[in-house]
Design a protein around this ligand. Structure first.
Ligand SMILES: NC(=O)c1ccc[n+]([C@@H]2O[C@H](COP(=O)([O-])OP(=O)(O)OC[C@H]3O[C@@H](n4cnc5c(N)ncnc54)[C@H](O)[C@@H]3O)[C@@H](O)[C@H]2O)c1
Length: 338
């Protein structure tokens, strides 16, 4: 018994020491992305060269990461189809894209799209093809997160999360991929999450949907080996400034979150979007984009899951406490504590 406790203690200490070492190393490298991605940012292809003149369709472009992607893509001269449910918000995004870039009216297509309305996805794809003649890059970005404990949450919420984040995404992918297969080229980029790699409390349904996307696209990639010019790219951000918390699913579909808390401690949206575009330009198959400790936890989760679970149990408790006391669930771990 004493020996078992001793082993457990050694394991815990070794896990803690390994994580601390990893955090220090990644901090020293000023890492806010995985090492392959940061390598690509420093020495790889530049989005300015790779994406200029390309037709890029971004879903969930009315706020947050998708909105910022639209601005950065417009600045570097990509032709844009921007989609979400609220057309007035998309028109606002289009107007700003036109102000900050040399694109003209016809270079940006505003296309209203509800990802959960799967019967509309074929027609939407045809609209983009009619307008631009091709789709070079699809960015599957639209989605919603969750803040509620499983025991309190209606199964309808789980159904809605899967409908939107998983089925909506793969449905649109199916139509766009058919076109890319005909052309034998294209890039399908999906904004997954670090929650597609690890688990976290208050987000069981969200984590499940992002894990589903990871499994789906990792398998799809292996079905496309006859098409070496079709890339499947998974973007896994940690906490990023956006509207995501205001828009989360809670324990029932009719309820919004009462207090979304301060988001300013999270990674700036423009940094996440820039690293996403670096990943697209370089065909990075899976990119982790996050500040610490989530970035270090990704490595731990990948290479030493037992230690990762031990750590997540501790981080998870704080996450729930934070949420219940009305501050952002991730506030305790971020660079700037709130
Ligand atoms: N912000 C983060 O901390 C973070 C971290 C990891 C992953 N992500 C992922 O990034 C993506 C973008 O989220 P964000 O952080 O910018 O949040 P956000 O809420 O600001 O943006 C989400 C976008 O998705 C759209 N959307 C929601 N439901 C839709 C539907 N039914 N049909 C079409 N569009 C719909 C929204 O209108 C909005 O444009 C999501 O997939 C999210 O899971 C975000």
């Amino acid at each position: 018994m004493a020996m078992a406790w001793g082993c457990a203690l050694c394991l815990a200490l070794a896990g803690g020491a390994l994580l601390a070492l990893l955090v220090q190393l990644l901090r020293w490298l000023r890492a806010d992305g995985d090492l392959t991605l940061l390598w690509a940012e420093r020495w790889g292809k530049k989005p300015e060269h790779e994406l200029r003149g390309k037709v890029v369709w971004v879903t969930g472009a009315s706020s947050g990461i998708g909105e910022e992607l639209a601005y950065q893509l417009a600045k570097l001269g990509a032709l844009l189809a921007i989609s979400a449910r609220r057309e007035d918000e998309l028109q606002r995004v289009k107007k700003k894209c036109l102000q900050i870039s040399s694109l003209s009216e016809n270079d940006i297509l505003v296309l209203r799209l509800d990802l959960t309305d799967r019967s509309s996805h074929e027609a939407a794809t045809n609209s983009v093809l009619k307008h631009f003649g091709k789709i070079d890059v699809l960015v599957n970005n639209g989605g919603r997160s969750q803040r509620s404990l499983f025991v309190d949450t209606s199964l309808d919420v789980y159904n809605a999360i899967i409908e939107l984040n998983y089925l909506g995404t793969i449905s649109l992918t199916k139509y766009v991929l058919n076109h890319m297969i005909q052309r034998k080229k294209g890039k399908i980029v999906t904004v997954s999450s670090v929650m597609g790699i690890m688990g976290a409390p208050l987000a069981t349904g969200y984590c499940a949907s992002k894990h589903a996307l990871q499994g789906f696209f990792n398998s799809l990639r292996t079905e496309l080996t006859d098409y070496p010019e079709i890339s499947i790219i998974q973007i896994c951000p940690g906490p990023v400034q956006s509207q995501i918390i205001q828009n989360v699913f809670t324990e029932n579909l009719a309820k919004s979150i009462e207090n979304s808390g301060d988001q300013s401690h999270k990674m700036p949206t423009d940094r996440c979007a820039r690293l996403t575009l670096v990943s697209v330009a370089n065909g990075v198959k899976e990119a982790w984009i996050s500040d610490h400790p989530y970035l270090a936890v990704c490595y731990l989760w990948q290479y030493a899951p037992t230690w990762a679970w031990w750590l997540m149990n501790r981080m998870g408790k704080r996450r729930i406490q934070n949420f219940k006391s009305g501050i952002d669930a991730d506030a305790s771990y971020s660079r700037k504590k709130k």
